[in-house]
Design a protein around this ligand. Structure first.
Ligand code: PLP
Length: 380
């Protein structure tokens, strides 16, 4: 039979039928240590749970398949996955280029890491390939880090163009693909070396697991260093979280396709509301639309932001009036969330004060629209 589509493999968790019981759901093994036989050989090939938890492996295999990669690692959070890349692959004296607008906590961590470890860091607008070309230092740049679409403006970086620049300088391209999800973008097919996800978001999708993921294009020394880093730093994922994550991933395509369709519909309607600017890569008015059309398949994701006339107070007043959207941080879950990033990020914020970030869930899109409409109408 010809190769199945990723959506089929996802729904069936790679046709996971437990060979022992015939159950169509993978078992949950809680054990953290594994027995040896009398000749002191590991009975099941495993020794200890920090990097050999059986329940983690089916989720890693599925992720490898979804991203068309060579291997995957799950870690205890998205931040654990992202920071592992720098801790394992960057040394004092190296140079790193990252995006100037990206997930705030990651940006703040990277600035601190670079200062503490004598790593040269340039934060550039990676939606402009010329800015990236000007920033890389051949032979010294180790990592080029992009997030696309990027929090909270959903700016779009061209993965293939970024990969060409990174590789030309002898660096690796790492893509935080949390918002795009493997449903819409497979960065490895565009030349990325590593893909990172906050699996807390769309991959799990139900707001009940913290997890992070790395997927590699090839198994090389860097990948072996990352695997050793997870084992030795101990940022591994627990079996219960991995089991829940795999259960969540089985509905990934159905969730994301619906969330993207609703987000596009809401973005189009919001664009017609006076005094509201919409940031959504699926709209022709978005500066990243053309690149997004090229590298995103089947939709533009479930995340959008609006900027409202009247600044911070007006944005907070809209958030206060929303009744269906839940006021909470995070994204990619089944329920719609609204967040005033400027408040959430604190004193060092990089988010405009008039911006509200919307994570579109699985509710009836008409309920979401009515909620936004009444909250925005009350401004006038
Ligand atoms: C784009 C992106 N990357 C990374 C992270 C960090 O993930 P986690 O919260 O799972 O540590 C987040 C969390 O909001 C995110 O939105």
């Amino acid at each position: 039979m010809s190769e199945r589509s990723p959506a089929t493999d996802c729904a069936q968790a790679l046709h996971a039928i437990d060979p022992v019981t015939g159950a169509i759901v993978p078992p949950l093994h809680a054990g953290t240590t594994f027995a040896r036989d009398r000749d002191y050989q590991p009975i099941g090939g495993r020794i200890y749970g920090r990097d050999e938890i059986p329940t983690v492996e089916p989720a890693e295999r599925l992720l490898t398949r979804l991203e068309a990669g060579a291997d995957a690692l799950l870690l205890s959070s998205g931040m654990a996955a992202a920071t592992a890349v720098f801790r394992a692959l960057v040394r004092p004296g190296d140079h790193v280029v990252a995006q100037d607008v990206m997930y705030f906590a990651m940006r703040a961590w990277l600035v601190r890491f670079a200062a503490d470890w004598n790593v040269a860091l340039d934060l550039v607008d990676t939606s402009r390939p010329d800015a990236l070309s000007a920033a890389v230092r051949p032979g010294q740049t180790r990592i080029v880090w992009i997030e696309t679409p990027a929090n909270p403006t959903w700016s779009v970086a061209d993965i293939a163009a970024s990969a060409a620049v990174a590789h030309g300088a002898g660096a690796r391209l790492v893509v935080d693909s949390t918002a795009a999800t493997p449903v819409h973008t497979r960065p490895i097919e565009h030349g990325a070396d590593l893909v990172m996800h906050s699996a807390t978001k769309y991959l799990n999708g139900h707001g009940d697991v913290l997890a992070g993921a790395l997927v590699t294009a090839r198994i090389d020394d860097a990948w072996r260093a990352l695997r050793a880093h997870r084992r030795d730093d101990g940022g591994c994922l627990g079996p219960f979280e991995a089991w829940l994550l795999l259960r969540g991933m089985r509905t990934l395509f159905a969730r994301v396709e619906r969330q993207s369709a609703s987000a596009l519909e809401l973005a189009r309607r919001l664009e017609r509301v006076a005094g509201v600017r919409v940031l959504y890569p699926g709209l022709p008015s978005h500066p990243g639309h053309e690149v997004a059309r090229r590298q995103m398949r089947g939709g533009f994701g479930g995340m959008l932001s609006i900027q409202v006339d009247g600044g911070r107070d007006a944005a907070l007043a809209v958030a206060r009036r929303l009744e269906v959207f839940v006021r909470a941080t995070s994204l990619g879950g089944v329920e719609s969330l609204v967040e005033h990033r400027h408040t959430a990020e604190g004193a060092q914020t990089i988010s405009p004060p008039d911006l509200l970030r919307l994570s579109i869930g699985l509710e009836d899109v008409e309920d979401l629209w009515r909620d936004l409409e009444q909250a925005l109408a009350a401004r006038r």
